[in-house]
Design a protein around this ligand. Sequence first.
Ligand code: GTP
Ligand code: MG
Length: 195
Amino acid sequence: MIIRSSEFIISAVGPKQYPEGNQPEIALAGRSNVGKSSLINRLINRKNLARTSAKPGKTQTLNFYHINQAFYFVDLPGYGFARVPKSIKDQWAKFIEQYLSKRDQLKVVIQLVDLRHPPSNEDIHMFEWLGHFGIPRIVVTTKADKISRGQWPKHQKIIREALRVPKDVPMVLFSSETGQGKEELWSLLEPYLRV
Ligand code: GTP
Ligand code: MG
């Protein structure tokens, strides 16, 4: 994918703020701090267009990034962030679920999990939930640079089994640090971007 332009459009707190038009959207789901914003930056070759942070809970709204004036990345708030009060968490969950289940422009969800660790119950729940709504999924196991190459297959297998990833759902080994998996992921996304 050749990136000719990328711009931040809006930090939405409700459906009225979502961009108008029919262009396809790719959303990023995953635990807080797993590397969703970093993945967007790596895919579009920008250092910090999507704001990242070593502290979890950085992204708290639906952030829309317009790429090549043709499609959007939608950076979602991460789940599993313990320091958020339950009432706020419930509000977020509703908001995110509404977006994921009702948005026609949403074509595919990239679900990120940390390659180093078994998926959490929330990861498993999110993955099943997306499947239940018939939303196309791509699993990205990220932070691959943090463990040795020899360990990758074992860790991928643990994740595949815990999430019960069906055969037709692709899994991509990724690192926002090294750029590994970038071309593979773009080639999986491209079919969803033809309007
Ligand atoms: P929230 O917005 O809180 O939901 O987090 P997020 O999922 O957007 O995570 P973010 O991209 O902000 O990354 C969190 C931390 O992990 C940052 O310190 C990143 O630099 C680091 N990180 C993300 N991806 C990778 C990766 O592939 N390798 C390494 N080594 N670090 C990464
Ligand atoms: Mg983020």
